[in-house]
Design a protein around this ligand. Structure first.
Ligand code: OAD
Ligand code: ZN
Length: 253
């Protein structure tokens, strides 16, 4: 972590860069929801029992042991459905509302950006608030985890699965294309709470950098993105983004 004067200074510089930008977008990951009580995937709290996400969030794991994968998702769903957006989600919603932020590209499946009031949200990895059939095109929006241990399709009887992207699966085409278009338009990217290691989402900061966009990172740790970042703020997302909004509002007046 940084000293508070050091971080204040960096946040002020970030606010100035954002103020001068014409098309700011955000890229978010699990770290932005950590302060809402949702465990991140990597790091010590990322383990569920003894499993890493790469062992559970795959089509092979689901085929081998759908009950186990469902148990993990039910656990995550329970946390997500009782979680509330935190000050970091709210700060991004406010930045969109006052016309500074154009859109959020998120790897998160928790829906908390939308809950916080963000309108333009591209969900690269789907949503844990939806389930879909593994066989037909049945989809269902949820407001709580399904009751059954192994939920089945009301139409064809096949097993239902969370409507999320697993390792080895392609990203939803439309969402990925939207993300690439936004990156093609942006001149500043605010990256919050992602480890920057999961492809292809991890490419986006590099694509933005290549086209000359400014890169601002908020993360409690160094990541592979840090070395291309114009500014890296080593603070929790809630504190960093709340202060950023305050600076930006002061610069506006
Ligand atoms: P990770 O769990 O890989 O990384 C979370 C990042 O957030 C880490 O770099 C932490 O240092 C940082 N972090 C933690 N708490 C924070 C806080 N309070 N404020 C700021 N930063 C904080 O999460 P993602 O990068 O989102 O994919 O992971 C990418 C994808 O891998 C996920 O979407 C998921 C996962 O497997 C799928 O489910 C397909
Ligand atoms: Zn079906």
């Amino acid at each position: 972590m940084m000293s508070s004067t050091e971080s204040e200074h960096l946040i002020e510089k970030a606010a100035q860069i954002i103020r001068r930008s014409k098309f700011l977008i955000a890229l978010t990951g699990a770290g932005i929801s950590a302060e809402s009580g949702i465990p991140t995937y990597r790091g010590s709290e990322g383990l569920w029992r003894r499993y890493r996400p790469e062992e559970l969030a795959t089509p092979e794991a689901f085929q081998r042991n759908p009950a186990l994968v469902w148990e993990w998702y039910r656990w995550r769903m329970e946390i997500v459905f009782s979680a509330k957006p935190n000050p970091a989600h709210k700060a991004l919603a406010e930045l969109e509302n006052i016309g500074i932020l154009k859109c959020i590209i998120t790897q998160n499946v928790d829906g908390l950006h939308q809950e916080a009031g963000s309108k333009c949200v591209v969900e690269l990895h789907g949503s844990i608030r939806r389930i879909r059939c593994t066989n037909c095109n049945f989809k269902l929006h949820l407001s709580k985890p399904p009751e059954e241990t192994l939920p089945r399709c009301p139409h064809c009887g096949s097993i239902l699965r969370p409507d999320v992207v697993w390792f080895g699966e392609p990203l939803p085409k439309e969402e990925w294309e939207k993300a690439l278009k936004l990156v093609g338009q942006c001149d500043c990217m605010l990256i919050v709470g992602t480890s920057g290691v999961v492809m292809p989402a991890a490419l986006l900061p590099f694509l933005a950098k290549d086209r000359g966009a400014k890169i601002i990172e908020v993360n409690i740790e160094d990541t592979p993105i840090t070395r291309i970042a114009d500014i890296s703020i080593r603070l929790k997302a809630g504190e960093a983004l709340t202060k950023l909004v305050t600076f930006l509002k002061n610069l506006r007046d």
